[in-house]
Design a protein. Structure first.
Length: 479
């Protein structure tokens, strides 16, 4: 084997070895908070269903306008009598006979003779021809119908209701995605804190081992440090599983495959703006809360349905006109003719068993139920706003204190570690300092997470949604 050939084979093997792990790697998608929300809004099934509801409502508006437009109907029929219909009618033969003799008697041509007159009796006779056809075109225009005109207004309110539900679905999807996103950040940060704790414990163990070799620490201190490291390892594995579960939950909201790899990009920070006045937030919530706005629109729709049902008391006035072309014969040699007519029709129900009355009563009861729902939701919204503001105030105060605790814990840990090397503190005190530092960081991170979640929930209560998020459903919200 020549050197050049050996070189080529070696190069090929190295190339295959180099690219083998690359081929097996999965693409990792990284999402910022905005990207996660946008992906969820594009893929979320509830958002898709809400968009279809808007499209359905748009078609309902067009249908309602269609009832106010004229209708044009065309009909045609051809019939053949197998057995002609008959009806009783005076005997033509007797009528003709009696009329003829009556003239002759009256003119004196013949002397009067009652025996010549036949009795007038009815006889079954047919006046129909065997074959008949008719073609007709008719136009009708509603001039007045309360249900038709009210239906147009009701359909527009129904469209507004569908749009408001879509906004509410966008807001809910946004909130759910934010909470899942913050959940991933929290679990990852807790994992980092535990790994830092593990790293600090390993450094401390290294110090102990060094001092142990010099005979400066006891076996007990060495074993205690080793046990501490062993206890941290399962916590790290547990937190790694929690991170995976949090990411899988986010995948469900994003509607991405569970076997895909995702990462989140961002950090949990306390917003710097001050909290708004409670009364202002409550007023904003009562005005802009999307669920409340949806119920208020439904209340208007309840009134429209009641007005539509009340239309049963009112008359219907319609103009109509038709043109027909017809023919009939016994032997398919049709005699044809045309006819046309225009007119106005008026109809009103005088009694239908009080059905209209009871329909209207049901509509009124439905409206009262909606009023109760609105009242209940207003009270719940006010209570929720107050609770969220109290949570934000409490957490903000706690975060300020916890931030200081983290700095103190870090300083205490460094001091304990230095003093342990000097032999002025025990190993147990160092362990306590490690635990205190980890707890302080954990409490701080959890408090920031709780603040961000509460803030997102408060924005949802006040209908405060990033306008950019509505761009994904913009065409459904425009008139």
């Amino acid at each position: 084997m020549t050197k050049s050939r050996k070189f080529l084979i070696t190069e090929l093997i190295l190339t295959l070895l180099f690219f083998k792990p690359v081929f097996g790697q999965k693409t990792v998608e990284t999402y910022t908070l905005d990207q996660a929300v946008e992906t969820a809004l594009k893929n979320n099934h509830d958002v898709k269903i809400a968009k279809l509801d808007v499209e359905k409502a748009q078609q309902a508006v067009k249908e309602a306008f269609g009832y106010a437009l004229p209708t044009v109907d065309f009909s045609a029929n051809l019939s053949h009598f197998i057995s002609k219909p008959k009806m009783p009618f005076p005997d033509f033969k007797a009528m003709l006979n009696n009329a003829t003799y009556g003239i002759l008697f009256n003119e004196g041509v013949l002397p009067f003779n009652p025996a010549k007159l036949l009795p007038l009796e009815t006889k079954l006779q047919s006046f129909a021809l065997s074959n008949n056809f008719e073609t007709k075109i008719q136009a009708t225009q509603i001039l007045f119908n309360s249900a038709v005109f009210r239906g147009i207004g009701a359909s527009q309110i129904y469209l507004n209701l569908a749009k408001e539900k879509l906004k509410s679905t966008v807001a809910k999807t946004t909130l759910d995605t934010k909470k899942a996103f913050y959940g991933v950040l929290l679990s990852e940060r807790l994992l980092d804190i535990t790994r830092e704790k593990y790293s600090n414990a390993k450094e401390h163990l290294a110090t102990i081992n060094s001092m142990y070799k010099q005979g400066l620490v006891s076996d007990f201190d060495k074993m205690n440090a080793e046990v501490q490291i062993s206890n941290i390892k399962p916590v790290i594995r547990q937190l790694e599983n929690i991170v995976d579960n949090a990411k899988n939950g986010l995948k469900i909201l994003l509607k991405v495959p569970q076997d895909s790899e995702i990462e989140v990009s961002g950090e949990m920070k306390m917003p710097e703006e001050t909290l708004p006045n409670e009364n202002d937030v409550i007023a904003e919530a009562l005005e802009n809360n999307l669920t409340l706005r949806t119920l208020k629109i439904k209340r208007r729709l309840d009134d429209e349905f009641a007005a539509i049902d009340k239309g049963g008391y009112w008359p219907t006035v319609a103009a109509f006109g038709n043109y027909s072309f017809s023919g009939n014969s016994d032997n398919w040699d049709f005699s044809t003719y045309t006819s046309s007519i225009v007119g106005v029709s008026f109809s009103i129900n005088l009694f239908q068993g009080t059905r209209t009355y009871h329909k209207v009563q049901q509509d009124k009861i439905t409206a009262l139920q909606t009023d109760e729902q609105i009242s209940m939701l207003k009270s719940a919204t006010i209570m929720s706003v107050k609770a969220k503001l109290n949570d934000l105030l409490r957490i903000r105060d706690e975060i300020d204190a916890m931030s200081k605790n983290v700095k103190l814990a870090e300083r205490a840990y460094r001091i304990a570690e230095d003093k342990y090397k000097e032999g002025t503190v025990t190993e147990l005190e160092v362990k306590d300092a490690v635990v205190s530092l980890s707890d302080a960081k954990t409490n701080f991170v959890k408090a920031v997470h709780d603040y961000l979640v509460s803030e997102a929930e408060l924005k949802n209560l006040t209908g405060n949604v990033n306008p950019d998020y509505y761009n994904f459903v913009k065409k459904y919200l425009n008139d």
